[in-house]
Design a protein around this ligand. Sequence first.
Ligand code: NI
Length: 156
Amino acid sequence: MSKKLRIFTEKDPTLRNKSKEIDLETIASPDFSELISDMEYTMKKSDGVGLAAPQIGQNVRMVIVNSENGILHLINPEITKKSWAKETGEEGCLSVPKTFGKVVRHKKINCIFSDANGDKRKIQASGLFARIIQHELDHLDGILFIDKATDIKYEK
Ligand code: NI
């Protein structure tokens, strides 16, 4: 049974650490499969579109994102290409509750990563999907959207 994990917030130092690479042995372990399914469950229950491992207190380089083709697991993700063109859009974050702001992101990106089987994959993303990936990858380097945002608004 999947568990809903506690989501760490802004003041937790975990969110500010640089996360570590995950090795193949770890990816193949039952504990890691459990972590993935707990993160999926937590993201769904929290109405999130993406979730990075540091947000649930684990400083490892893994994020999950909702895509048209279901939930994507990005392990050790790296952006290999960024469009010159950028666009501004509103963002929020489960770790920074009730806060929204405008962030400039690359319109298109290429990203390489390992999937949950440890296989290397590559995707191209644009628009909102590219934005979500950039936001989640920032979490792996201890960066929160509020570090980059303008026009920050707080919801009551
Ligand atoms: Ni976030």
